[in-house]
Design a protein around this ligand. Sequence first.
Ligand SMILES: CC1(C)c2ccccc2-c2ccc(C[C@@H](CC(=O)O)C(=O)C(=O)O)cc21
Ligand SMILES: [Zn+2]
Length: 324
Amino acid sequence: MMAEWNAWTDDQLKTYNFPIHPLPICSVNDPQAEELIKEQKPVVIKGSELISTAQKWDLEYLREHIGDGEFTVYESDSESFKYYDDKKVIDGFTPPMKQRRMIFSEFYDAIKNKNRTKKYYLQQPLNDKVGPQIVVDFINFNWKWIKQQQMNNNWGPLTSNLLLISEEGNVTPCHYDEQENFYSQANGYKRVILFPPSQYKYLYPHPVYHPHDRQSQVDFDEPNLKLFPKFKKVVGFGTVLGPGDVLYLPSYWFHYFETLKNSGIATAITFWYKAAPVGNITYPLTAVQLMAMMRNTEKMILEALKDYKQVDIFWNMLAAGRYC
Ligand SMILES: CC1(C)c2ccccc2-c2ccc(C[C@@H](CC(=O)O)C(=O)C(=O)O)cc21
Ligand SMILES: [Zn+2]
């Protein structure tokens, strides 16, 4: 992966033993970008100026202007920040990280504290609690361009802009989301690896009832190939996002993020949109349609059986020797 002149070097990237091909990179007025978005394929877009007013959002500027609202900050004993849904509580589940509420100066002090052992990841919806200067910057995002994208692709409403402040080395393990996302890097450097929905069978997401629903069960650092044998077939598509880069991250595409080692803080803003309604069912079914069908089937079976331990027995009874 070619580093832009002296921005970063390959030794700042974690190494994985699956192939990683480059993601397409287009300038904002290249029709190829629109093509790829229409086909729900990821593309890195350069020069959109989508959040150019946020490129000055470093820790000092934010401490000065972001206001005294409380923010959600995840605290982890390791570099890994594996998302969990705290509404899906099951016996024996211990959250892999702590969810804390802090005002920005507390987050700032926690990050600057040299002899700390924990790692932090601030993620907070941009809402009306932020200070007036941040509102001015927000209003001056390139809404004209992104509204055009939303319209062209028949997406639903913008559901949230999440402000993400992660520190060097933080990892967001592989998962998928059900919304369309223009992931915008304001400053710092993040590496992303994407996997298409067709690789669902290589990535073994947790069951829908599980707090880690939508997250891959495979630990990329030490993959258990006995439990997850097809993981060895996985092929990723990766790139490093720098200031001003916008990644179109299609719904249902699996993604993994890491904030480069020795690269300081990375600030990003997500633009999540409700995906366009799933078109009329045509055959063969698309990988996304199969994923949506699997989710609905799991929910229906769990609703009927009430006990997730029964699903394996039920499913085997249905399929073994009958659908083989
Ligand atoms: C890990 C974290 C902080 C988290 C904890 C608990 C609940 C939700 C989330 C959450 C949601 C989105 C992201 C941003 C991004 C990954 C990245 O940039 O690291 C990503 O996955 C996306 O934009 O879709 C990161 C997080
Ligand atoms: Zn995500």
